[in-house]
Design a protein around this ligand. Structure first.
Ligand code: 2HG
Ligand code: ZN
Length: 457
C-alpha cells in the first residue's frame, strides 16, 4: 500500500494530496538552496487527526515534516527525502480570548497577523512581530521561538506562551500548562517544545499571553557615519527612553530597497549606517527622545535624522527596514542570522568586514535587530559568479565567520533556527555535552526518529 492509500484510510480525500504542484510548494520554505522532494501532503483538521497521522507514521516508519507558513530561512520545514508533509493550515481557528486572563487560544495554523488584528480589535496586543507576519503560522513561530523586531521590549515567542497542545513523536497528546501564570510543579515542558523546530512534537494548539496596546508609537530614523556610534546612540536612547525597537541597516540595504521603488528614504544626508528607533511617545517619552537626539547630534554620533510625522511616514520608515529581505532577493543572497552580546556587535562587524569584503570582495547587506545583538548577514551574489561557485565560497566564509562568532561567544542562529542550513555548525554554539543531552531529549519524545528527521541535530 503506498503512502496515499494509507492516509486515505484515516483522512478524507480533500485532506491528502500527491499533486506535483503541492509537493513542490509545501516541500520547501523560503530557504532557496534545497530541492523539494516530498511524497505526500496531508492536511489534518484537529489534534485528534494529527495524533492519528503520527500513530500511522510510527507504525509504518514514515517520516514527517511538520509544516506551517513556510517562511523559515533555515530549511527547517523542507522535505528532501520523500517525507510526508503535515500541513497545519486547515487548523487556523482563533478560538477564545479570555480578557481576565489576558490570553487567546488559537489553532497552530492561525496566521500571526490575523491573531494580532483579532486581539487588537478587542483592545489587546500580541507583541511578537516581524515582516513575515502575513504568512507565518503561530505554530511555526512556537517551533522556531520566533524573535523579530520587538524583542528589545517584549522578548521572544517563549515569553508569550501560556499553554501548548502538542502531539509528540510517540503519538501522545500533551496539554501543557493550561494558561497558568504560576505553576511550580517541576520541569516546564513548554520550553522544550518552543524552539525545537518540529523535532520533538507537532504543536496543534497554542494559548498566547496578551498585553495592553502600546500608545502612540513613533519612529525615529537616524543616519550615522561610524559603526561605533551606533552603540553610543543605542546606549543613550536605551538609558532614557523605553524603546520598543532598535534596528539598523546599511547604505547597501537602502540602495536595494530604494531601487525596488516602493519607498524612498526621507534622509537627505547619505551615510553608511542607519538606525530605526521606535518608542511610545506618551508620558514625556517624546521630549526625552528629542533631547537624546540633540545629544547625539551635538556629539556627532549622528549626522541626520527624521521623526515620523504621520501614519504613512511611520509605515514608510518601517518599510525601509522591513523591505530589505525582498529587495535584496534579486541578488540571490546567502543568508546568515547570528547573534553576539550587544557590546560585541562592533567587533563582530569589523571582523566580518575583514573576512567577507576584504578577503572575498563580496557585497554584504547586513541589517537587523542590533538592539538585541542579532544581525542578518546577507552576502549578495556577484552577477559574474555562478550559483555553485558562489555557494562554495560562502561555505568557506561560513567556516571563518562561525569560528569568529564562537570566539566572541555568540550564536550561529539568533532567530531563524538551525534546520538543515546551520546543522553542521551547531557545535560552534553548543558544547558536546549539550548536544548529547539534546539528542537524548529527542529520543524520548520521538524514539523512532520520524519527526523532522535530519533537522537541527
Ligand atoms: C528580518 O529581520 C527577518 O527581516 C529576515 O528575520 C532576515 O532576510 C533576512 O535575512
Ligand atoms: Zn530578523
Amino acid at each position: 500500500m503506498n503512502h496515499e492509500e494509507l492516509f486515505l484510510k484515516i483522512l478524507s480525500s480533500n485532506q491528502v494530496s500527491s499533486n506535483s504542484d503541492d509537493l513542490e510548494n509545501y516541500g520547501k520554505d523560503w530557504t532557496k538552496h534545497f530541492k523539494a522532494n516530498a511524497s505526500l501532503v496531508v492536511f489534518p483538521k484537529s489534534t485528534e487527526e494529527v495524533k492519528k497521522i503520527v500513530d500511522l507514521c510510527k507504525e509504518h516508519s514514515i517520516e514527517i515534516i511538520p509544516s506551517g507558513g513556510r517562511t523559515g530561512l533555515s530549511a527547517g520545514a523542507t522535505a528532501t527525502n520523500k517525507e510526508v508533509i503535515v500541513s497545519l493550515e486547515k487548523m487556523n481557528k482563533i478560538k477564545t480570548l479570555n480578557p481576565v486572563d489576558q490570553t487567546v487560544r488559537c489553532e497552530a495554523g492561525a496566521i500571526l497577523e490575523d491573531i494580532q488584528k483579532h486581539v487588537e480589535e478587542k483592545g489587546y496586543y500580541y507583541p511578537v512581530d516581524f515582516a513575515a507576519r502575513g504568512s507565518c503560522q503561530i505554530g511555526g513561530t512556537v517551533a522556531t521561538n520566533a524573535g523579530g523586531i520587538k524583542v528589545i521590549r517584549y522578548g521572544l515567542t517563549r515569553n508569550w506562551i501560556a499553554g501548548l497542545t502538542v502531539v509528540t513523536g510517540n503519538g501522545e497528546v500533551l496539554k501543557i500548562n493550561n494558561g497558568l501564570v504560576k505553576n511550580a510543579t517541576g520541569y516546564d515542558l513548554r520550553h522544550l517544545f518552543i524552539g525545537s523546530e518540529g523535532t520533538l512534537g507537532i504543536v496543534t494548539e497554542v494559548e498566547l499571553k496578551l498585553t495592553n496596546l502600546p500608545s502612540d508609537l513613533q519612529v525615529l530614523t537616524l543616519a550615522t557615519d561610524q559603526l561605533d556610534n551606533i552603540m553610543k546612540v543605542y546606549t543613550a536612547f536605551r538609558d532614557k527612553v523605553t524603546l520598543t525597537a532598535f534596528e539598523s541597516y546599511t547604505d547597501v540595504c537602502l540602495k536595494y530597497v530604494e531601487a525596488a521603488g516602493r519607498v524612498q528614504s526621507p534622509i537627505s544626508e547619505k551615510a553608511p549606517y542607519y538606525v530605526l528607533i521606535e518608542f511610545e511617545s506618551t508620558h514625556g517619552q517624546l521630549d526625552l527622545a528629542m533631547s537624546v537626539f540633540e545629544t547625539c547630534l551635538e556629539n556627532e554620533w549622528v549626522i541626520d535624522g527624521v521623526i515620523s510625522q504621520s501614519d504613512q511616514q511611520f509605515k514608510d520608515l518601517w518599510a525601509l527596514r522591513e523591505d530589505i529581505t525582498e529587495a535584496t532577493s534579486v541578488k540571490q543572497p546567502y543568508k546568515n542570522d547570528i547573534s553576539v552580546n550587544i557590546s560585541k556587535v562592533p567587533e563582530f562587524l569589523n571582523n566580518l568586514d575583514e573576512i567577507v569584503k576584504k578577503k572575498y570582495d563580496f557585497e554584504v547587506a547586513w541589517f537587523g535587530h542590533i538592539g538585541d545583538g542579532n544581525l542578518h548577514v546577507n552576502i549578495l551574489k556577484p552577477d559574474e559568479l555562478s550559483s555553485d561557485d558562489f555557494m562554495k565560497k560562502c561555505k568557506q566564509v561560513d567556516q571563518e565567520m562561525f569560528q569568529m562568532i564562537k570566539d566572541l561567544g555568540g550564536s550561529v542562529s539568533a532567530e531563524h533556527g538551525v534546520g538543515l542550513v546551520k546543522k553542521d555548525f551547531l557545535s560552534y554554539t553548543r558544547s558536546p555535552d549539550e548536544i548529547a543531552y539534546m539528542k537524548q531529549v529527542k529520543s524520548i519524545f520521538d524514539p523512532k526518529g520520524i519527526l523532522n528527521p535530519g533537522k537541527l541535530l
